[in-house]
Design a protein around this ligand. Structure first.
Ligand code: APR
Ligand code: ZN
Length: 262
């Protein structure tokens, strides 16, 4: 970070030090340093490697076998075996432990915030480590399902696709919010309450392109300090009181250190 960033970081640290209720909203950019590709931007997966249209709920219903072939490819691209939380996730967990952060609201489905030690984590878009039955709602670990799909594809065994629910025979989906689905209502309402209560709201590693998650910084900006930490510009930049165009793994550990939360 350059001197201007250092000065902005000091401003953010002091806002957090005075805050009653600080809340963070995170996006794919916080996991990018872990090796998880982002969705947008020049090396984002959407448009370069995958078409988001292939991952709509309508496609799952229309062509479940084709959906699952593409879904396992996307999952394996997003979450290669070795990926794990990075120092930015750990910094948010230590800020929470030090009483400087109330909650992390995340659009990510990688489970990295909880894995890094954050306790109050709201997963707006679900969690890719689980699958859910569209009929009975039963959830179970995703990996055995991914394995069955990979085996069926390798064996050319179309009969084994799509994966179905062992309890009721229903269609199984990734336990994430697919395009065309609405967010889990209670989780989003809790996130809105945190945003409305916050006197500092940090939007971290997100292009803030996808609603309704992108509405949270707007709600927060009404009453408090909105800080945006993101390498690229975002739609909410005009509303931001504090803006850091820097890497999350530079900013967040430095912020935690300034607040003696490291
Ligand atoms: N440090 C800071 N910012 C970074 C870093 C980094 N190391 N790496 C990438 N970024 C920024 C990029 O500049 C980009 O603006 O992270 C942002 C990620 O934006 P997106 O890829 O659009 O991800 P996100 O905002 O989380 O997308 C929201 O869209 O496709 C859906 O469901 C998916 O949850 C996802 C939602
Ligand atoms: Zn079922």
């Amino acid at each position: 970070m350059d001197d201007a960033d250092e000065a902005t970081l000091a401003e953010l640290a002091s806002a957090l030090a005075d805050a009653e209720t600080a809340v963070a909203l995170t996006g794919a950019g916080i996991s990018a340093p872990s090796g998880v590709p982002t969705f947008r931007g020049e090396d984002g997966v959407w448009g370069n490697e995958f078409d988001p249209e292939d991952f709509r709920i309508g496609r799952l219903r229309r062509d479940p076998a084709g959906f699952w072939r593409d879904r396992v490819d996307l999952h394996d691209r997003l979450f290669p075996d070795s990926v794990e939380p990075n120092s930015a996730h750990e910094a948010l967990a230590s800020l929470e432990a030090a009483g400087r952060l109330e909650a992390v609201v995340t659009q990510n489905t990688d489970g990295f915030h909880a894995a890094a030690g954050s306790e109050t984590v709201l997963e707006l878009h679900g969690n890719a480590a689980r699958v859910a039955c569209v009929d009975c709602g039963a959830t179970r670990p995703a990996e055995p399902v991914h394995e069955r799909v990979r085996t069926a594809i390798e064996a050319g065994d179309g009969e084994a696709l799509p994966p179905t629910c062992p309890d009721c025979g229903g269609l199984v989906k990734p336990d994430v919010v697919l395009f065309g689905e609405s967010l889990p209502r209670s989780t989003f309402q809790r996130a809105q309450a945190f945003a409305a209560d916050s006197d500092v709201f940090l939007a971290i590693g997100s292009s803030l392109e996808v609603e309704p998650a992108a509405s949270l910084p707007r709600q927060a900006a009404a009453g408090g300090t909105l800080a945006i930490v993101n390498l690229a510009s975002t739609r909410a930049d005009g509303r931001a009181d504090i803006r850091l165009r820097a890497d999350v793994t530079d900013v967040l550990p430095a912020l935690a250190a300034r607040l003696d939360a490291d």
